[in-house]
Ligand binder design. Structure first.
Ligand SMILES: C[C@@](CO)(OP(=O)(O)O)[C@H](O)COP(=O)(O)OP(=O)(O)OC[C@H]1O[C@@H](n2ccc(N)nc2=O)[C@H](O)[C@@H]1O
Ligand SMILES: Nc1ncnc2c1ncn2[C@@H]1O[C@H](COP(=O)(O)OP(=O)(O)O)[C@@H](O)[C@H]1O
Length: 281
């Protein structure tokens, strides 16, 4: 029986668009925190050059799966000949702003770097992860983080409360590209600070644009507020929204009341990634 390795989701506890680069990408300030809601990955050795997947997202072709792309990228950069079969127990919704695909890629890089003894440092693995997506490096970084740039400049934030949250997926997918290219999006918010975030400034400046274009996201936001949750906000570019509950049991009760076709989960913030090993450089 193979070992299962977790690939947890993330929340953006705040997100602020502070500029736009010449290549069109937006410069952000954001705070990432992991949650105890995770895909599970299993790895089995295969002959050199053979890469396959079972489970996973039905709408994502095997060769396009970020975990398979991560495995190939690691092998090519290490200059070795390996093969692997990856089984993914997929529970994280796609395109919800909770980073499930990015996390699958990051856990694959972390675990195969150990199993294949490829010896990349954490920084080197993060640089490889950047080639797969802007959200991949933070999962390898492994700690709650204040992020700048397009999310790749990371500083650890140990003092973030590990709150109980209710997370709602309002049954629709938001296009990240559509939101970042929306003419009405404000692109030049004055920069914020870690101190302001820790003092309670937690808004996501994508939220008004997402809610105006996707009324279900606005409805889910209002539903969470009407159930007494605090600091209700969007994660990433959505479609998931979340709010802070008093404790685990009230989070579970409220999550259990969500109207169909929405889905909801009671989750807890975690300032350490479950695969983070402080002894690894
Ligand atoms: C906004 C964030 C915050 O965590 O959240 P998610 O909703 O994806 O989790 C991420 O930075 C999302 O980064 P990433 O996952 O790489 O975005 P993609 O889906 O590749 O981006 C799709 C498109 O959005 C635009 N885009 C994306 C990120 C960014 N910093 N500036 C942009 O302008 C680009 O037009 C890009 O082609
Ligand atoms: N293993 C994977 N799990 C989820 N999505 C994947 C995976 N591999 C590739 N993808 C693609 O990446 C996209 C973004 O996925 P995900 O990281 O879950 O969402 P988000 O960026 O909104 O947080 C998906 O819509 C899908 O097309």
């Amino acid at each position: 029986m193979s070992i299962s390795y977790p690939a947890p989701a993330k929340l953006n506890l705040m997100l602020r668009v502070v500029g736009q680069r010449p290549d069109g990408y937006h410069e952000l300030q954001t705070v990432f925190q992991f949650i105890d809601f995770a895909d599970q990955l299993q790895f089995s050795s295969r002959p050199a050059g053979q890469f396959s997947r079972s489970g996973g997202a039905a709408t994502v072709a095997e060769a396009d799966d970020l975990s398979i792309r991560a495995a190939r990228l690691l092998m090519e950069n290490a200059g070795i000949q390996e093969g692997v079969h990856i089984h993914i127990d997929k529970v994280l919704p796609l395109g919800g702003g909770i980073g499930g695909g990015s996390s699958d890629a990051a856990s694959t890089l972390i675990v195969l770097n150990r199993l294949w003894r490829t010896g990349f440092t954490r920084q080197e693995l993060m640089a490889l992860g950047t080639q797969l997506g802007a959200d991949v490096p933070v999962f390898i970084f492994g700690q709650s983080a204040w992020a700048e740039g397009i999310g790749e400049q990371l500083s650890a934030l140990a003092e973030v409360p590990e709150s109980h949250y209710v997370l709602v997926h309002p049954g629709i997918a938001v296009s990240t590209r559509e939101i970042f290219t929306a003419p009405e999006l404000t692109r030049q918010h004055p920069p914020s600070t870690i101190g302001a975030f820790l003092g309670g400034v937690m808004e996501n400046t994508l939220q008004s644009t997402v809610c105006a274009r996707y009324p279900e996201v606005e409805s889910a936001t209002q539903w969470l507020k009407s159930h007494g949750l605090r600091n209700v906000r969007l994660t990433g570019s959505g479609a998931c929204v979340f709010g802070v509950a008093e404790d685990a049991s009230s989070a579970r009760i409220i999550a259990g009341q969500v109207p169909l076709p929405w889905r909801s989960w009671a989750v807890k913030g975690c300032n350490r990634h479950p695969l983070f090993d402080p002894a690894e450089q």
